[in-house]
Design a protein around this ligand. Structure first.
Ligand code: ZN
Length: 119
């Protein structure tokens, strides 16, 4: 098993094995990082890494995780962000027996504002 030297922000250089390190690569951007838990202070450390470092770690036996950006982050957003009042109104709606029908109706006709006259 390969010995990997990495740097903890608190302890400085530490020695790890390939089992102690994980590599993550974003499949959309090819940006990568590696992470480990410091054997001295237990701090979780994550650092960005260039492709040559990723290749070196993976060839040393470090497990590679490829991840993709969740589709929700790519959705087009419209309207204002939700606020504290929206959250309170939604909480109030969930206490009504017809909350699901009201939410469905709002989704079909977004101009409807539900429950404001009941608050
Ligand atoms: Zn440390």
């Amino acid at each position: 098993m390969a010995i990997i030297r990495a740097s903890c922000p608190d302890c400085g250089d530490v020695e790890l094995t390939s089992r102690d390190v994980t590599v993550r690569v974003n499949s959309s951007t090819n940006e990568g990082s590696y992470a480990f838990q410091c054997p001295e202070c237990q701090l979780a450390v994550s650092k960005a890494a260039e492709p040559r470092i990723i290749d070196l770690l993976v060839s040393s036996g470090v497990e590679l995780f490829v991840w993709t950006v969740p589709a929700e982050l790519m959705e087009e957003r419209t309207g204002p962000p939700i606020c504290y009042d929206d959250l309170l109104q939604f909480h109030y709606q969930l206490q009504q027996e017809t909350w699901f029908d009201q939410v469905t109706e709002t989704a079909i006709n977004p101009d409807l504002v539900l429950g404001s006259e009941e608050l």
